[in-house]
Design a protein around this ligand. Structure first.
Ligand SMILES: Nc1nc2c(ncn2[C@@H]2O[C@H](COP(=O)(O)OP(=O)(O)O)[C@@H](O)[C@H]2O)c(=O)[nH]1
Ligand SMILES: [Mg+2]
Length: 644
């Protein structure tokens, strides 16, 4: 268990830690000289059960609250210290507010300097204290009268801490390893050591970790956990990691950085949060107020973008977005504290609801609904909300990262939510089974609509269909769905073309005979084949039946409707596509004049051909020219009929 001290300056925090552990946590020469704590101090003492009790001693000075915040992050238990002669003072109150905002409710209170006051004064201070505590996060905490000078009450307090440590359930080291760096120093012969509280997961000697946000790779050479050398550090312990790395030097580490496993290295400059403004604030918080943000051991400047109302009244809570002036590491449910712009006052705080908000649409109704589902949610609840509120499935990699889930944890959650993972590991979606069947339905509908729009096309190219049916969908899940629909016989494929099973036509023997003649005529001048009317005239039949024949032939993929009443053979289109690719290779893009020169037709027809290529998704128009976007669509060898 890690105990963090809290309380006003000079109320006896450091002395009490020393009385409890024998260790003077004031370690800086300046601290010794001035007799006040400036920065975090640390002390350890063995417990009867072989475990170790750790103390993080914080400064109480009002100007050093940022250091107190860096220390308070990650502690399990709070020891609030109040001097009996003074009673509660300003930083007693501020620290209590901070504990509340950080969600630290397990604690004990020490009424120190009991030797300096009369029993009456002690009772009076205790009454003042009780009044303050009653409305605070420590309302249930026991109060111990102690003196670090005479030793009065120290044993009772120590026994209480021991009992609490024994009761504290060992946190299962879930998730990936994350350690909030609160100190960094060089040790002769060892090199750089970073210390901090392990928030999650575990790390072993030899592991490769990332210094985040900088993104520098380091290797763990040795570990001290709770002040003892060990092979493994786990969540809930204070760890000192001796780290080395090729591109790594000590001056790259600062308090506030994280040392963590690569999957959770995700610096972010925007955080969607649940924000509570302290009831003690005099006025409401306005949109875009500048603040100091404290998260983990880090501190950054930010603006508060309110997502619900224009302002936030004292004592109330709302969704907000923190727009930071630099990247920090943060994940779901991390706690933070806000102080005012000049860092003289704590104004509020809360928890991270989404560390990776989208850059646009931050307050759409759908977005706010998702965020409400995520406030203080467990990963399982978070996944359910995400599945419910995300149209095209949940980005599984991002979700696992934001909620700090290992691959196995993610898979278990997805199974429990009756959802599925689809796609490749780095581009994967989690989809509920109803979203999955809706997606299939949407694809079939888009395919049918496309057949209606272009009845004399053999089908739709895969990319084109994805854009029509589900433009935001990742390719992997789309391909998986197409495979499933083909397997179920709901979609067929010929070459690169997808079509509904009933979209294909079989020619009658009579049609077949006529078709042989037509096809010959088309092949005579493949790049400028005769139009429907010319074919009808040449073969002496009515224009109507000729048009119908070509339409039917087109559905089997033998010809393509390049322009109105103008059909090209499959080979001709493939050859034209080759030429288009060659033109692009030479010029970087395809414009009509260059293309016409290569195929030797008129300009108008060349334009029709290029427009046809755009329509089916083989090329894309860019200003006055075209670029290939799906080279495979008319690749030779692939356009041959395939069983489907
Ligand atoms: N008489 C008496 N003095 C104390 C006691 N605890 C601390 N002090 C004194 O109060 C001053 C401030 O103590 P310190 O532990 O540095 O306070 P901190 O700022 O809260 O860490 C020092 O001069 C201590 O010697 C106590 O229980 N009794
Ligand atoms: Mg001190």
């Amino acid at each position: 268990m890690i105990v963090g001290t809290a309380g006003h300056i000079d109320h006896g925090k450091t002395s009490l830690v020393k009385a409890l552990t024998g260790v003077d946590a004031d370690r800086l020469p300046e601290e010794k000289a001035r007799g006040i704590t400036l920065d975090l101090g640390f002390a350890y003492t063995p417990l009867p059960d072989g475990e170790v009790l750790g103390f993080v001693d914080v400064p109480g000075h009002e100007k050093l609250v940022h250091n107190m915040l860096a220390g308070a992050t990650g502690v399990d238990f709070v020891l609030l210290v109040v001097a009996a002669d003074d009673g509660p003072m300003p930083q007693t109150r501020e620290h209590l507010q901070i504990l509340d905002l950080l969600g630290l409710s397990a604690g004990a209170v020490a009424l120190t300097k009991a030797d300096l006051v009369s029993p009456e004064r002690a009772a009076q201070a205790e009454a003042e204290l009780a009044a303050l505590l009653s409305t605070s996060v420590l309302s249930a905490a026991p109060v111990f009268r102690v003196s670090s000078v005479t030793g009065q009450g120290v044993q009772a307090l120590r026994r209480h801490l021991e009992a609490q440590a024994a009761r504290l359930a060992v946190r299962p080291p879930a998730g990936h390893f994350r350690l909030a760096v609160d100190r960094c120093f060089t040790l002769a012969g060892a090199g750089t050591v970073v210390t901090g509280t392990a928030f999650s997961g575990q790390t072993s000697v030899g592991d490769t970790l990332i210094l985040s946000p900088p993104g520098i790779e380091v290797r763990v050479r040795s570990i001290h956990a709770q002040n003892h050398p060990t092979q493994k550090g786990v969540a809930g312990q204070r760890c000192a990691l001796n780290i080395v790395g090729e591109g790594f030097a000590k001056d790259q580490v600062q308090r506030g950085h994280w040392v963590l496993a690569r999957p959770v290295h995700a610096p972010t400059e925007r955080l969607d949060v649940q924000l509570r403004l302290l009831a003690t604030e005099r006025g409401p918080l306005a949109h875009w107020t500048p603040v100091h943000v404290h998260l983990g051991a880090a501190e950054a400047m930010a603006r508060v973008a309110l997502l619900e109302d224009r302002e936030l009244a004292p004592g109330t809570t709302a969704l907000a977005q923190l727009v930071l002036d630099r990247a920090v590491g943060a994940l779901h449910n991390d706690r933070f504290v806000l102080r005012d712009q000049s860092a003289t006052r704590t104004v509020g705080g809360g928890s991270v609801v989404d560390p990776f908000p989208p850059s646009r649409g931050r307050r759409t109704p759908a977005r706010l609904a998702l965020l409400r589902g995520w406030v203080n949610a467990t990963p399982a609840e978070g996944l359910r909300a995400a599945l419910e509120h995300t149209a095209h499935g949940v980005d599984a990699a991002r979700f696992a990262q934001g909620w700090n889930l290992t691959e196995l944890e993610l898979q278990a959650l997805v199974r429990a939510a009756d959802a599925r993972l689809s796609g490749s590991p780095d581009a994967r979606l989690a989809l509920s089974s109803s979203a999955w069947s809706r997606l299939g339905q949407k694809i079939l509908e888009a395919l049918t609509a496309e057949h209606v729009r272009a009845p004399d096309m053999i089908g739709v190219g895969r990319e084109q269909l994805r854009r029509l049916a589900a433009p935001g969908l990742l390719r992997g899940p789309f391909d998986e769905m197409i495979a499933e629909l083909r397997e179920r016989g709901l979609i067929q494929q010929r070459g690169p073309w997808l079509h509904a099973p009933d979209h294909r036509v079989k020619l009658t023997p009579a049609e077949d005979k006529l078709w042989a003649k037509v096809f010959l005529l088309l092949e005579q001048t493949p790049f400028q084949p005769p139009r429907v009317r010319d074919l009808a005239r040449t073969l002496s039949i009515e224009e109507g039946p000729m048009r119908e024949l070509l339409r039917r032939a087109a559905r089997s993929g033998d010809v393509f409707p390049v322009a109105h009443d103008h059909y090209f053979s499959q080979d001709a289109v493939a050859a034209l596509a080759d030429i288009a690719r060659a033109v692009e290779e030479q010029h970087g893009c395809i414009n009509a004049a260059q293309f016409r020169d290569r195929i030797g037709t008129g300009r108008k027809l060349a334009i029709h051909i290029l427009e046809f290529f755009d329509r089916v998704g083989f090329t894309r128009r860019v200003k006055d020219s075209h670029v290939v976007r799906q080279p495979a669509l008319f690749a030779r060898g692939e356009s041959r009929p395939e069983a489907g």
